[in-house]
Design a protein around this ligand. Structure first.
Ligand SMILES: Cc1ncc(COP(=O)(O)O)c(C=O)c1O
Length: 470
């Protein structure tokens, strides 16, 4: 059936670059790539890539250039702030600081806070919303058995707290389970005790509408590369006063009004927190993505994704040996994401087989959320301690972990069927290729791996054994 005009226009505006990419399998065939790794990073929307290509001839320095191109680039950069503001319905007087990503935004926040601020955080969060707070006076609440338990624990911590300024730092959606945190209630509770709330929206923003004004969210951090604009920009949005109290996160050109050898007068927001030449292309790309998603309607996208998630839950539940990790009951609202293990297989082996034999891309490991994974996988204290000791000795112990499939724009029932059929086939018949643990990456890899990398006008190198990425 042909699509209605509106729907066709909308489908066009939400088309992704590389959506129909064909990839080689170890067995010699070529198949359409099934991307189930949106939670780590998303491809760009085609409209974003097109806008960037159109903008590049006009790219120039921003803010202090009188040239025509500088004026155009500055207007585009500042316009991007307004697109971001509209996307999350931030207040007119909220400051919008472009950063590299969510990690950068939260680190900025952690250094800029009034010195006496107390942080109330949550142990089950992504490291980006955990580690920056360790430089502050912080309390981390344990992984809660239920949303009600989370609110009860939070209220106890707030009631106990004597600090002049308090910030509750919470994620919108868990990157490990997809579960939505009870943000409306958290904000109401925090405000009742005079605290402010920072929302780590890295995983929520691409999947659901966010209304900073209606909910009263004080600060919000998110990443362009998870929002269909992978050009290296992120953003911190929120109340300007706490970001202007101390010294800027980065010191350098652009962040000042006047400098002498002895004195510096820092600029107003947002310049004060945007020292150095900004990522103009990244910001512009993020602005275009925000506009495209907003006009598509985030609630409609969230509803569609929920329907797909329910379909997928039923399909995956039939896979023999399927183990799905959750903090809360399956009915709890969530974004389209499944973290799982398949009985009898290592998580890295499952990921390697899905890629090598089925052309399906998933993520595996601990998802930069080690404390939560320790809980979900029931890792005993003693085992966790010996892993820490071995790691400190410079060894590379195999960490417990899982695989994760995550959905985004462009994920279809056909993709879910491909994944469910592949997992069922692995569970029932095993792999059709040999795999071994790579001495270089430490990961499970096909042996041999005959798949050539795509021919591109750039240089390839093999990564070493690095740290875990999200
Ligand atoms: C919930 C959450 N917060 C923060 C981050 C960090 O985002 P980035 O790597 O873009 O800084 C991630 C990345 O996966 C995430 O999932």
């Amino acid at each position: 059936m042909p699509l209605a005009y509106d729907a066709r226009m909308q489908a066009e505006s939400l088309r992704l670059v590389g959506q129909d990419a064909q990839v080689p399998l170890v067995t010699g065939e070529t198949v359409r790539y099934v991307n189930l790794d949106y939670a780590a990073s998303t491809p760009p929307l085609q409209v974003v890539a097109d806008a960037v290509a159109e903008f590049l001839p006009w790219y120039s320095s921003v803010h202090r250039g009188a040239g025509y191109k500088s004026r155009a680039a500055t207007a585009a950069y500042e316009g991007a702030r307004e697109s971001v503001r509209a996307f999350v319905n931030a207040r007119d007087d909220d400051t919008i600081v472009f950063t590299r990503n969510t990690t950068d935004a939260i680190n900025l926040m952690a250094t800029a806070l009034p010195e006496t601020t107390r942080i109330i955080g949550f142990a089950g969060e992504h490291h980006a919303n955990l580690l920056p707070w360790k430089r502050c006076a912080a309390t981390f609440l344990p992984v809660a058995a239920s949303p009600a338990d989370l609110l009860e624990c939070l209220e106890e911590a707030l009631a106990d707290n004597q600090a002049d300024a308090t910030l509750v730092a919470i994620t919108g959606a868990s990157n490990v389970t997809g579960e939505l945190m009870p943000i409306v209630e958290v904000v109401a509770l925090a405000h009742r005790y005079g605290a402010r709330v920072l929302l780590d929206a890295a995983q929520l923003a691409p999947h659901a509408p966010i209304d900073m004004q209606a909910v009263g969210i004080d600060y919000l951090a998110m990443s362009g590369h998870k929002l269909y604009a992978p050009y290296g920009a992120g953003v911190l949005i929120g109340r300007a006063d706490w970001l202007t109290g101390g010294e800027p996160f980065l010191r350098g050109g652009g962040a000042v009004k006047l400098v002498t050898v002895d004195e510096v007068v820092w600029a107003e927001m947002p310049d004060r927190q945007e020292a150095g030449s900004p990522n103009v292309v990244g910001a512009v790309a993020m602005g275009v993505a925000c506009d495209a998603l907003r006009s598509a309607g985030m609630q409609r996208l969230a509803d569609d994704e929920h329907e797909l998630w329910s379909y997928a839950r039923d399909r995956f539940a039939t896979v023999p040996g399927w183990e799905h990790y959750r903090i809360w009951p399956v009915e709890h609202p969530r974004v389209g994401l499944f973290t799982f293990n398949l009985a009898g297989y290592g998580y890295d082996q499952v990921a390697a087989i899905l890629s090598a034999e089925y052309g399906i891309g998933v993520r595996h490991g601990c998802f930069c959320a080690h404390p939560l994974m320790i809980e979900l996988l029931h890792v005993e204290r003693g085992e966790a301690d010996s892993l820490i000791d071995a790691t400190k000795r410079g060894e590379h112990p195999r960490l417990p972990g899982a695989a994760r499939m995550s959905f985004g724009l462009g994920t279809t029932r056909e993709d879910v069927d491909r994944a469910a059929d592949a997992l069922a086939s692995i569970a029932e018949h095993g792999p059709r290729w040999r795999y071994q643990c790579s001495t270089i990456s430490g990961d499970c890899e096909p042996d041999p791996d005959p798949r050539p990398l795509p021919e591109l006008p750039l240089r390839y190198a093999t990564p070493g054994r690095g740290s875990e990425a999200s």
